[in-house]
Write a protein that binds this ligand. Structure first.
Ligand code: FES
Length: 95
């Protein structure tokens, strides 16, 4: 199975995970400050900044795009409960 690496910049922790893992699944385990509410892509609580590796994430769904817009999220923001890492290396931090 393909692997991916996620670095949580706020706590300086890097974790290797199976491809397809949602960022939120790891962030809560390692204690990153990326918080969450619904875990369904609806509340916008889990907005994170993707500092690098943007292209290693799944494309945002229509719902994620809508929630990001409603929360006036920046260009490099994603929902941690929706973004799945496909491989390679990404770096994220709480917004
Ligand atoms: S936890 Fe609600 S949108 Fe991610």
């Amino acid at each position: 199975m393909a692997k991916a690496t996620i670095t949580f910049e706020d706590i300086n922790v890097t974790v290797t995970v199976p491809a397809g893992t949602r960022v939120i699944e790891v962030s809560e385990k390692v204690g990153s400050g990326i918080t969450y509410g619904c875990r369904e892509g609806d509340c916008g609580t889990c907005i994170m900044k993707v500092s690098s590796g943007w292209n290693h994430l799944t494309e945002p769904s229509v719902l994620e795009d809508k929630v990001l817009r409603e929360n006036m999220a920046g260009k490099h923001n994603r929902l941690a409960c929706q973004a799945q890492v496909l491989g390679g290396q990404i770096s994220v931090k709480p917004v």
